[in-house]
Design a protein around this ligand. Sequence first.
Ligand code: ADP
Ligand code: MG
Length: 452
Amino acid sequence: QWGQIKQELLETVGRNNFKHWIEPVDLAGITGDVALFDVPNSFHGNYVSQNFGELMLFKVSNMAPEVRRVDFKVAANIAARPSDGTTRSEQAPQPKKTAIRAFDGPLTCAALDDRFTFDTFVVGKPNELAHAAAKRVAEGGPVTFNPLFLYGGVGLGKTHLMHAIAWELETARPDLNVVYLSAEQFMYRFVQALRDRRMMDFKEMFRSVDVLMVDDVQFIAGKDSTQEEFFHTFNALVDQNKQIIISADRAPGEIANLEERIKSRLQCGLVVDLHPTDYELRLGILQTKSGSFLKQYPGLNMADGVLEFLAHRISTNVRVLEGALTRLFAFASLVGHEITLELAQDCLADILRASERKVSIEEIQRQVSEHYNIRLSDMIGPKRVRSFARPRQVAMYLCKQMTSRSLPEIGRRFGGRDHTTVMHGVRRIEELKVQDAQIAEDLEILRRALEG
Ligand code: ADP
Ligand code: MG
């Protein structure tokens, strides 16, 4: 299977890239939703991850739909380093990747992703508090709240914000020793230190940090000795008035199997959550992202309405949103098409289906007829008077936007109308939406009601 994917990659990336970068990579296995690849060294892993990671994910997930992530580990000497694609590589001649100093020697930290900066972080209602708090910490001024605890569901920007803080501190306070790592890496380092009898080094190093960021702290739940060590590290740094930033997928109090004393410690500072994205934020992110894609792929065009469609239809997880856009551009650039709604629906069918809201045609019809105060039978029935025809068109439009039903199918469900009638209705509402404030408002109200 990997052989076949490789073959496809060869066609996409070209012979040179292939020989140099893809050929030496092996699929080590798939665990859960992660496809793990063996790479010859961490520089190679970083390069492949950054340049072909998205593409590989796309290819692999075509064959193994459960795969949502690709990871890279160094094939030889695996135990010596953490195995995520962002591992800092000692050999890597990439100046930006050495943002974290002082941890050479036995302790290496995760590299920072240079796309995760404040510049690329789109702020909206759901994340404005988290963003403001992160900004404050990134100034590197006197510690006012400790720790900063960021929590929220997967793909909402926790890691992005933490990296952004680290990048900003790099410039604002180059004198500070900033360390970012995942809780998993913390545990790994701890276990390794125990095994190598280097606990003194471990303690000394962690206690010499000025700003410590630990990502996904829920990972240490249930891991007693790691918790214990984390607690001591945490206290030692807080006592010295060093800034700590923690992230987790839920609030401190809700992390099961985490010691009470740790929970209460984590709650001492500022606890802020990243809410699920709303439509406006998703649209903002899509606009920013597609702007940079359009620069990367000059010659590609995007039809109106595509981003709005995606913002409506794809769930709250920003990673999924980005993945969809990446695939769409990759696909369009391969086939040399304009990016249209149809292309998006076609090439993102699986993603759209997976994040489909459970809105049915019936619900839309019911909601719309209630809104316009007409009977459901009149909405579906044959009468063409304006007072029925307009709500009918609104409902058709919403069906097209909010469900993945085809035009003929929508037509059938509207009393057996032809798909051209549906198309006409949808177009009419698209026009009216910009000309007629009342219609625009109706649509907004209806959509909110239907999204629940
Ligand atoms: P988390 O750590 O919360 O699971 P990440 O920080 O890894 O999520 O974010 C997932 C992806 O979504 C990343 O590529 C990140 O850049 C992007 N992302 C999340 N929120 C935003 C945002 N507000 N603006 C721009 N990109 C975002
Ligand atoms: Mg994360």
